[in-house]
Design a binder for this molecule. Structure first.
Ligand code: C2E
Ligand code: MG
Ligand code: MG
Ligand code: MG
Length: 281
């Protein structure tokens, strides 16, 4: 009987595995046509200057409305797109669309676009970025590119060279999800960043956890002395925002201010946040 149960459990796992593999396969196939069928969209989430409540930037976040399964999280489909070789085309589309949308926002507001490490394998990446800026007419300094530590972890120096070229173009480089990787601070500081985004996992610990506070305080102080700006990700409560203000953090991003919204709602959102000093919920 135990044996029979064991077999049952095994079959259950086998079926779950089959389903996961099958779903991934369907996602991979669906991604090939998602762009051409107009299933992809960009939503935008504001970064707010804590001191003034002004919107300094909006981060572009991909959305995929799957014809059968509805909204699929980028946390699920980006890795599939990276594996299936679709991320170059999708990433370029996101970049071009984001620059074009931002060209219609107030001049003081920047746009941030996430870059996949896989996009750095494209020797034409710098040209792609320059092209998106030229075609949209967006001022170079209004584009911010978000990258993660993982692109710096390879021996080969080519990613650093590309980052330097992007930086020389005049776009700003932000280090995303800071604190989740394994690189040392000293190592990170060899790269030309303009901004550090502290990962949500630290912000979640505010205001209670001493360790979270200590890390944020250290990052803020280091960034200050290096002339980098600091954004806290995933701010959901007024208590977290208060703690961040006391810690000297510059900008905040999170559901406390706004969820990511469709492009058509950005103008109204900027006005609403301005009227309420950033403190809507
Ligand atoms: P990310 O770049 O770190 O983006 C922040 C994620 O946190 C977004 O999830 C955002 O909706 C979510 N978020 C923002 N505020 C809060 C909050 O207060 N609470 C909580 N719980 N979550 C919050 P999203 O949109 O699902 O994107 C997930 C990840 O997918 C992004 O993480 C980014 O790594 C990737 N991604 C999204 N769009 C693109 C893209 O165009 N290109 C690339 N390469 N990656 C993208
Ligand atoms: Mg990001
Ligand atoms: Mg992030
Ligand atoms: Mg993140």
């Amino acid at each position: 009987r135990a044996k029979a149960e064991g077999r049952g459990t095994f079959r259950f796992f086998e079926r779950a595995m089959d389903e996961a593999v099958h779903r991934k396969q369907r996602l991979r196939v669906g991604l090939r046509t998602a762009l051409d069928r107009g299933e992809l969209d960009l939503h935008f989430q504001p970064l707010v200057e804590i001191r003034t409540g002004e919107v300094t930037c909006l981060e572009a976040l991909l959305r995929w409305r799957h014809p059968d399964w509805g909204m699929i999280s980028p946390a699920e489909f980006i890795p599939v797109a990276e594996e299936a070789g679709q991320i170059m085309r999708m990433g370029e589309w996101a970049l071009r669309t984001a620059c074009w949308e931002a060209s219609r926002w107030p001049d003081a507001v920047r746009v941030a676009v996430n870059l996949s490490p896989v996009q750095f394998r494209n020797p034409g990446l710098v040209q792609v970025v320059a092209g998106a800026l030229a075609d949209s007419g967006l001022a170079t300094g209004r584009l911010e590119l978000e990258i993660t530590e993982s692109i710096l972890l390879q021996e080969d120096q080519s990613n650093l060279t590309i980052l330097r070229e992007l930086s020389r173009l005049g776009v700003r480089i932000a280090l995303d999800d800071f604190g989740t990787g394994f690189s040392s601070l000293a190592y990170l500081l060899r790269f030309p960043f303009d901004k550090i985004k502290i990962d949500r996992s630290f912000v979640t610990g505010l205001p209670a956890r001493k360790e979270a506070k200590a890390v944020i305080r250290a990052v803020v102080s280091m960034s200050r002395s290096l002339g980098l700006s600091v954004t806290a990700e995933g701010v959901e409560t007024a208590e977290q925002l208060d703690a961040l203000r006391q810690l000297g953090c510059q900008d905040a991003q999170g559901y406390l201010f706004s969820r990511p919204v469709p492009a058509a709602e950005v103008g109204a959102l900027i006005d609403k946040l301005r009227r309420s000093d950033g403190l809507v919920a």
